[in-house]
Design a protein around this ligand. Structure first.
Ligand SMILES: Nc1ncnc2c1ncn2[C@@H]1O[C@H](COP(=O)(O)OP(=O)(O)OP(=O)(O)O)[C@@H](O)[C@H]1O
Length: 597
């Protein structure tokens, strides 16, 4: 069923190495990264040349060379190579940072586009804090690693290799001795990485919990204040923050000893090279000037190696972040082709044997329903019976489990998302508005519409007057999720936005639930006028608003209990009759001055 996609995505992401991910994600930037690796290698080679020059100088001194012009020249050469080393390193770093920023922007765009292609539920099931964290903070955190590791790791491995080969040419025994601290260093690093995954994952988990708790705390601030839950909610946040801090300190405590040991042992190459080299010199198997040269070079050999090894921690972190990004990017999408395979003939919608469930719980059991073109079909039924689920399936926000839904005779899975989106306008219960002006929110229904067209639609949908009463009229910014407007106002702007789209199939899921009866009548009137000739699927709790529908479908426990016109259902459906009686008495109450609707 729909939800298993998330697990599948996570499983696919497991077990991949840093290199796998870099080759996958950085494929488009391969040429730039290669250039930065080449620049970094040149930089490292330049930075080790002074060691050779210094070695040569010492050798010359020991061999009795006293012409200080030669040494001055060699000193100048060393300075030039040091500057060149810094220059190439800077060029390489600049290029790799630029490439990485572009790469990260690409990953973020890909994540955004991916979310739009996922079934709605997959997105909703993931806490918004976790998704935001992956798209912003976590993606940001790989920048430094990627920008430095790709060129510098390669270059810092190349430099010691070149030096080692050169040392082998002078004396292979001394070359091996110059790496004497390496096994111990590797042992320490292995001890550090032995149980790396578990504490590292814990830090990731606690960070996610902290993010989610923060997002929930801010999002639910209204409820928290209204119910006096500030203290308990804050305590939850404080606990999450403490647990997060503890996970990091535990992790650091576990790795600090082996890491410090490795960083102390690694540079101590002289401990082996110095005494054993002296023995070889005394035995006469190693020339003294070569001995001095090797002492100098062995110091230069281990420094880049330590730099390369110190990246191992960052590589571990980046691999884990790439895994999280990959898990989102490999989530199964709605099965829609890139190009539609057929052209719908009209806008009649037909559901045949549709079954659907959230997780293991099936909520629709074999729905057969015709929604005729150009007519109004209303879905009614008790709360939780499955009305919104039917609307979401028709809006193509989810894929059906079993059965099929067709538009004009074509299965929705045969139509590309773009083509189907052009056919349908959906207004949900939430009436989400973007934090921009009223004008832009309405224009989103048809990007490119002129101001005059936006205002005409607002007028036709009956919201022109209230928009003009807002502080800046159509230029009023509605706030995050439309927070500066009332629920009813948000719904009316959402309806205007849907009307702007002028799609042949219009789905209104309790789109007027916040409106007062007077405004609701107004909205109904304008919807009826604007939707004339369109296929309209409406879900409404107030039955009085749908009595004139061409077809009313009663949904009960995920099945269709009855269908017909208002008069037919009053005669034939006991459930509808009961609902109508309940609705009528509630209305009478409100008209008599009781609770208002
Ligand atoms: N995202 C979800 N995850 C899990 N279960 C869900 C989800 N959305 C809805 N459900 C469940 O599916 C069933 C049908 O829900 P649906 O929203 O379609 O009912 P409805 O008839 O529209 O209800 P209402 O009139 O209260 O809006 C309910 O039992 C609900 O709890």
């Amino acid at each position: 069923m729909a939800e298993t996609g998330k697990q599948k995505g996570q499983e696919q992401g497991r077990g991949k190495s840093f290199l796998n991910y870099v080759t996958k994600f950085a494929a488009v930037s391969k040429a730039s990264y290669l250039r930065s690796v080449v620049l970094a290698c040149i930089g490292v080679i330049c930075s080790i040349v002074p060691y050779f020059v210094m070695g040569t100088m010492v050798k010359q001194l020991l061999q009795g060379e006293r012409n200080y012009d030669v040494f001055l020249l060699e000193g100048g050469l060393m300075a030039v190579f040091i500057v060149l080393g810094i220059l190439f390193h800077t060029l390489s770093t600049n290029l790799s940072h630029k490439t990485t920023f572009a790469l990260i922007a690409g990953i973020r765009t890909e994540l955004c586009e991916k979310l739009a292609r996922l079934p709605l539920g997959t997105v909703r099931e993931t806490p918004s804090g976790a998704l935001k964290n992956i798209m912003i903070e976590r993606t940001d955190a790989i920048e430094t690693t990627l920008a430095h590791v790709v060129p510098e790791f390669t270059a810092n491995l190349l430099a010691p290799l070149l030096m080692f080969l050169y040392l082998c040419r002078i004396d292979w025994r001394m070359a091996l001795l110059s790496l004497a601290t390496l096994p111990l260093t590797l042992l320490c690093l292995m001890a550090m990485f032995h149980d790396y995954e578990r504490p590292f994952r814990r830090t990731q988990e606690t960070t996610k919990v902290l993010n989610d708790t923060a997002v929930e705390y801010i999002g639910g601030i209204e409820v928290i204040k209204a119910f006096g839950k500030a203290e308990s909610s804050y305590a939850r946040f404080a606990r999450a923050a403490e647990e997060n801090a503890r996970s990091f300190t535990d992790w650091m405590r576990a790795s600090i000893v082996p890491f410090s040991l490795s960083m102390t042992i690694a540079p101590a190459t002289l401990l082996a090279v110095l005494p054993l080299g002296a023995v070889f010199v005394m035995q006469g198997t190693l020339a003294f000037h070569d001995y001095v040269m090797i002492l100098i070079l062995s110091c230069g050999l281990i420094t880049p190696l330590i730099t390369a090894l110190s990246y191992s921690d960052d590589i571990g972190k980046a691999t884990s972040i790439f895994g999280e990004i990959d898990a989102v990017l490999t989530l199964p999408e709605l099965s829609r082709p890139a190009e539609s395979r057929a052209v719908p003939d009209g806008s009649e919608v037909r559901l045949s044997g549709v079954c659907f469930g959230y997780g293991d719980k099936e909520v629709l059991h074999g729905i057969d329903l015709d929604i005729p073109a150009g007519k109004v079909t209303a879905l009614v039924g008790p709360s939780g019976s499955g009305k919104s689920t039917i609307a979401k399936l028709v809006a193509s926000l989810w894929d059906v489990g079993d059965g099929s839904i067709t538009l004009g005779g074509v299965d929705l899975r045969e139509l590309s998302s773009e083509d189907y989106n052009r056919q349908v306008a959906y207004v949900s219960q939430d009436s989400f508005l973007f934090n921009t002006t009223v004008r832009e929110n309405i224009r989103m229904g048809r990007p490119g519409a002129s101001d005059a067209e936006v205002e005409a639609v607002a007028r036709d949908s009956g919201c022109y007057d209230f928009i003009m009463e807002l502080e800046h009229g159509f230029d009023t910014v509605v706030g995050g999720s439309g927070a500066h407007l009332s629920g009813g106002e948000r719904q009316r702007i959402s309806i205007a936005r849907a009307m702007m789209k002028d799609a042949p199939l219009l789905i209104l899921d309790e789109a007027t639930s916040y409106a007062d009866p007077e405004n609701e009548a107004l909205i109904q009137e304008s919807v009826a006028r604007l939707a004339c000739g369109k296929t309209l699927l409406v879900i409404a709790h107030r039955l009085s608003t749908i009595v004139n529908a061409d077809q009313i479908v009663v949904v009960k426990s995920g099945e269709i209990a009855a269908r017909g016109t208002h008069a037919e259902l009053l005669r034939e459906s006991p459930l509808y009759r009961k609902m109508w009686e309940a609705h009528s008495s509630a209305r009478d109450c409100s008209e008599e001055g009781g609770l208002s609707e």
